[in-house]
Design a protein around this ligand. Sequence first.
Ligand code: WTA
Length: 650
Amino acid sequence: MSETIGVYEIEDRSFPPPPDFAAQANTNDRSLYEEAEADYEAFWARQARELVTWSKDFHTTLEWELPFAKWFVGGELNITANCLDRHVEAGRGDKVAYHWEGEPGDTVTITYAELLTEVCKFANVLKAQGLGKGDRVAIYMPMILELPIAMLACARIGVAHSVIFGGFSADAIVDRCDDAEARLIITADAGYRRGAPSPLKATVDTALASGAPTVEKVIVANRCDLELDMVDGRDLWWHELMADAAEHCPAEPMDSEQLLYILYTSGTTAKPKGIMHTTGGYLTQVAFSHKYVFDIKPETDIYWCAADIGWVTGHSYIVYGPLANGVTSVMYEGTPDTPSQDRLWDIAERYGVTQLYTAPTAIRMFMKWGAQEPAKHDLSTLRVLGTVGEPINPEAWMWYHEHIGGNGRPIVDTWWQTETGGHMISPLPGVTTTKPGSACHAIPGVFAELVDDNGNVVTNGGGYLTITRPWPAMLRGIWGDDERYRETYWSTFEGRYFAGDGAKLDDDGYLWLLGRVDDVMNISGHRISTTEVESALVDHASVAEAAVVGATDDVTGQAIVGYVILRGGNEPSQELGDEIREHVGVKLGKIARPKTVIIVPDLPKTRSGKIMRRLLRDVADGRELGDTTTLADPGVVTEIADRAATDDEA
Ligand code: WTA
């Protein structure tokens, strides 16, 4: 029996935890769920005291004034003492923190003791620049070890970091630095991508030439030996500052609610939101979820999250979670097809990776490349496979299960968001019987419900995903905009956090995520707002009006399709369309560049003047999409006109 929900078929295939796995798992029964259901505050308090080392114990687990939460109130801790010092003090200083591998094949192995020293030195560098508690620093770096070092150095001295994904544009840097009033940018000359240096410092120069007046200094790590224009009095070399830095920097205790970082994410308007995360609750939930969702055994595991630290997945599951749990991680700089399409499997085999965490879009790409690629390698050390970022289609799930997991490894499909800080809905690999394509259930201590348009709880069938109780790693707000925080997340359904996702509950109580229900697209697991791309399109001098939709794409989940109307006096041409596409790439960064731009004479609108996006999406879905511009060929126009005539969208 199978039933269709959204674009997926629910199948009756299910996979109980393999008995030998369950027997050794960190948890293999319902006790954590039961404990949390009985008293979730007591449950989280226990996790906080077991998984985190506090310099001062907290007196109150939760203060909740909807929508503002404080967790572990009165408690003090230093997050880097938890990630580094305590492992070194316990005699585990020689344990490898990261096996780092550069794209060209160069490697660095750094132990916990060495990482601690580097972090202390860089914290002293930041202090020497006059930075301390209450300041913000922007970080725009490739996937090199200086990136976690920079983040941890900030955290050690109470500076909040704001990591900007290395693929973002100069304008994006300006917007984020302005909003956060960042005093300093940490960057690198470049990082290796697809076999060549991909410059970063040059983009910072462009950004600072046009704005971001709060930025006083730029610290530059040397990764690719590029010749750079170093601005006198502004730009400083990482290695020169580090050469003189003292190796000791005390881990000052911070308040549990000390701002740890701001991470910008796309919303439904053109202005990205600065999501704020604090210290004690965040660390508790990422350490807990990392330990139980991935079944981490710090003594023996080699864990690998193949995400980029520029996104929340990297913050929580490359940096803070794994380091708090004292596990050895793999960190890889580059692209999965350089120099060949088995690069990931080669890395996994060489280091003996035990957990792999990646995205459905990557899995679909691996499927395209073919099962012969992983088959070249011995992947038998893998114990748990994770996915994140977008709904995983059962076909990709099964491929992962078969070709990477050799049919015997639990898969954890983890649903969460930048805003949630850590995992929210996921199987526990020793407990949950999984179904291909379902994220299964809320983790212990997290409470999710579906509601309908009127806010009534849905116990079977489709609805909007909401979270009903506060959770430790929840966002503490939007930087500088409490009202927007309340409005965006807490006003749609009273008393509930509304995530922006649709989902369905099946007869067995399993959750199936169906994707965003707002104007946010999900391209390769990256959130991009339609409005943001539309503003970038109309920012081009030749564009009068634009409508952007996320069309279905086999590999990237969704692909950006932009419909544009030209301003009078402009002739539609391939060149102009390509220039418009490129313009978005420059404005927002390559990941936001539309896959296809369709130049149209008109856009279908309702009588009240609203663009009929659903229709445009259907039109885009019915066409072969390429990395191209399509002129207003009569085919598109008649198709839009025909459908508009029959579409009853209000
Ligand atoms: C989507 C990434 C289905 C969802 C950690 C969410 C998912 C958005 C899943 C957050 C999943 C993430 N199944 N959808 N397992 N994981 N999403 O903030 O739409 O970059 O709202 O955080 O990605 O994206 P973000």
